[in-house]
Design a protein around this ligand. Structure first.
Ligand SMILES: Nc1nc2c(ncn2[C@@H]2O[C@H](COP(=O)(O)OP(=O)(O)O[C@H]3O[C@H](CO)[C@@H](O)[C@H](O)[C@@H]3O)[C@@H](O)[C@H]2O)c(=O)[nH]1
Ligand SMILES: [Mg+2]
Length: 276
């Protein structure tokens, strides 16, 4: 196993009841990193799975992968739940300066991990896997209702960021940028959107990597109506975070304009003004 000192890259995987996916995920990520043309060395990479007490054999599965030499560990949370907060916890545990987040269910293809990690640099502090790039497509088996929800969610986020697919859930960030974000909203599923805004990532610092979105083969999606409502709450908070200064400025401007208008009007009605 690599010396922990040399770890430059961390792959964080939020997981809830994903035991069936953990082995293919870990072995496929490391197979991609061990390819001769991988831009990122496997020895400098760790995988951190953040599991919310699934008790489905995930811990034992990770232990046997460790015995086989894979640099993977599992953090089991017992008092917290949720995708976004699991990602934040994984980033806090990361040893690498270059951190990537991906789903456990293989909808984010592990073969893209080396390219995604290598896209991070001091100038490109955020990398986003996008399903709307050239030459890529959603798996045709992804249900229509999910496509509609995803497009609606993307549309609502348009005023907040120039990124083409802040909903993809496949993204990376440099540690120094992650540490800039204060008061992250760790509710719901869309932590990438929060980080893009609260880490103040400028458009030119976002690298985009088109990828083809797969379908889940093992286990079930955890997207519920409650998660969608949390997304709307998150959007409201982000709109306020991003645009409140502008709103205050406009109110102030209108107030001054109104005051000047009143002064001119009353000035023209005063006896002094009328005697002239
Ligand atoms: N630790 C933890 N992990 C969770 C939780 N809920 C979900 N996860 C993990 O988060 C990942 C994504 O969850 P899915 O249940 O597969 O979500 P999805 O509906 O497929 O949504 C995904 O695809 C969207 C793109 O359309 C993404 O936008 C979204 O972020 C997510 O990745 C999976 O690895 C899942 O195990 C939780 O409460 N706790
Ligand atoms: Mg999924």
């Amino acid at each position: 196993m690599a010396s922990q000192q040399s770890i430059q890259y961390s792959v964080v995987v939020p997981a809830y009841r994903e035991n069936g996916n953990i082995r293919p995920l870990v072995t496929r990520i490391f197979a991609a990193l061990r390819r001769i043309d991988s831009p990122v060395p496997a020895e400098q990479t760790e995988i951190i799975i953040v599991d919310d007490n699934s008790r489905d054999g995930s811990v034992e599965n990770v232990q046997s992968l460790q015995q086989e030499g894979y640099n993977v560990r599992i953090v089991v949370r017992t008092t917290e739940r949720g995708l976004s907060s699991a990602v934040v916890r994984g980033f806090q545990e990361s040893r690498g300066d270059n951190m990537l987040c991906m789903d456990a269910d293989l909808q984010h293809p592990p073969e893209y991990v080396p390219t995604m990690l290598a896209s991070l640099s001091p100038t490109h502090t955020f990398v986003l896997g996008t399903r709307y790039g050239k030459g890529v497509e959603m798996d045709k088996d992804w249900p229509m209702y999910r496509r509609i929800i995803s497009s609606g969610a993307r549309l609502l986020a348009l005023p907040l960021t120039t990124a083409s697919d802040p909903m993809s859930g496949f993204f990376g960030i440099r540690k120094e940028s992650f540490l800039k974000a204060k008061t992250l909203n760790s509710q719901g599923f869309k932590i990438a959107l929060d980080l893009l805004i609260k880490s103040h990532i400028p458009p030119y610092a976002i690298a985009e990597v088109p990828f083809s979105f797969g379908v889940r083969s093992e286990g079930e999606s955890k997207l519920t109506g409650k998660v969608m409502i949390k997304y709307l709450e998150q959007l409201a908070e982000l709109y306020w975070y991003k645009f409140s200064a502008l709103v205050v400025f406009i109110i102030f401007f209108l107030f001054i304009a109104f005051f000047l208008l009143l002064r001119t009007w009353f000035g023209s009605l005063s006896p002094d003004a009328q005697n002239k």
